[in-house]
Design a protein around this ligand. Structure first.
Ligand code: FES
Length: 101
């Protein structure tokens, strides 16, 4: 299992885990994180926006241009913002930390 730490707006931390290949969005929702994911991964909503810990950001595959464009519209987007529906867990991501804005 690949572990992910979710940091809530109030700073509280929860650790969840998912299998390799699972979408971060699904892992987050299974853990009860408040990510709507309204379009279910069609890159049409940005309600799955998360802020990746800068220390972990480089471990992710780079965002596509389409994802970047949608992130420009996301609420409170930062330079390490990503769409959780576009992140697939891999062993290289074990222990990554993301903030739920
Ligand atoms: Fe809509 Fe990720 S679920 S963009």
């Amino acid at each position: 299992m690949i572990r992910v730490r979710f940091v809530a707006r109030d700073g509280s931390v929860r650790e969840a885990s998912g299998i390799a290949g699972a979408r971060l969005l699904d892992v987050a929702q299974a853990d009860g994180q408040p990510l709507e994911g309204t379009c279910d991964g069609d890159m049409a909503c940005a309600t799955c926006h998360v802020i990746v810990d800068p220390a972990d950001f480089a471990r992710l595959r780079p965002a596509t241009e389409e994802e970047e464009e949608l992130l420009d519209l996301a609420y409170h987007a930062t330079r390490t913002s990503r769409l959780a529906c576009q992140i697939r867990l891999t062993a290289a991501l074990d222990g990554m930390s993301v903030r739920v804005p």
